[in-house]
Design a protein around this ligand. Structure first.
Ligand SMILES: [Zn+2]
Length: 273
């Protein structure tokens, strides 16, 4: 199957026009005309992920975070981490496609994946990105029945790829209305308060943002950037398999998932109490 066809399938899930204007989604490396027989879906394109792609013979990587972002590419020095990685990708003729903020905003994207994982009901957008279309970042919805904030926090650990979450207990003991934003969503704490959420779950929370939540009387949970986004790997792989199965070339393209990446942050125990 042509790379272009896979790009079309991804475009259907996460249209590039949804992306924020600073973002850089789409085909990062490779040629739309090249033939693809094996895909590897991942959150980040890292050296271990690229090595894995080479090992399993994947000829296309689909990632959430773009390989090239923020800084214009002024040189490719192969004595740097990224340069060496890009050389490896190109020398093995691997295409790389990324769906970033467009996948966060898309219906069925990263935020909806979390809402589904926690069985939220009556799910709506949290923060509008386009008032005309109603496209939004983050989601807000209801648990089927109220639960204690501690039980909810434990449920997050059970459903996400993390061993702990950081709870800022600024609100009620029992929660039912849940706001969420995958990745780094501290900017929407006030939005979650305004929309009446009992708890707001996101990643990358800083001290003064936690303090803001306490002052505004909302429970805040930092479940980690990695853990709140990693579920996209399984969900996007599942989507691709379904789409490919509905096409005749089903048998021609295999979809694999990154099962080696882990959060950079590790919790190390210290003194008791
Ligand atoms: Zn992210």
């Amino acid at each position: 199957m042509k790379c272009q066809t896979i790009m079309g399938i991804m475009e259907k899930l996460a249209p590039k026009k949804l992306a924020e204007n600073w973002d850089n989604p789409g085909l990062q490396l490779g040629n739309p005309e090249q033939e693809i027989s094996k895909l590897l879906v991942c959150l980040d394109v890292s050296q271990p992920v690229v090595d894995k792609a080479i090992e399993i013979g994947a000829d296309m990587i689909i990632s959430h975070h773009p390989v090239m972002l923020f800084k214009g590419l002024l040189s490719i020095r192969t004595d740097t981490y990224d340069g060496e990685m890009l050389q490896k990708i190109l020398s093995h003729n691997i295409a790389v496609y990324s769906a970033h903020t467009n996948l966060d905003i898309a219906q069925g994207g990263c935020n909806d994946i979390l809402a589904q994982l926690w069985n939220l009901e009556k799910v709506e957008g949290l923060a509008l990105t386009d008032p005309e279309t109603g496209d939004s970042l983050g989601r807000i919805g209801y648990l089927s029945k109220p639960m204690s904030i501690e039980a909810f926090s434990k449920m997050l650990c059970d459903t996400l790829r993390c061993h702990h979450v950081r709870l800022v207990k600024g609100g009620k003991d029992m929660v039912k209305k849940v706001a969420l934003c995958s990745g780094a969503g501290a900017e929407f704490i006030s939005k979650a308060v305004f929309k009446g959420a009992d708890v707001y779950v996101t990643g990358d929370i800083k001290y003064h943002e936690a303090q803001q939540a306490v002052k505004q009387g909302i429970n805040l949970i930092d479940a980690g950037h990695f853990a709140t986004e990693f579920p996209m790997v399984e969900a996007v792989a599942k989507y691709l398999r379904q789409e490919l199965a509905s096409m005749k070339q089903e048998a021609d393209v295999e979809v694999c998932e990154d099962n080696i990446s882990e959060d950079f942050f590790k919790v190390v125990g210290g003194k008791e109490g």
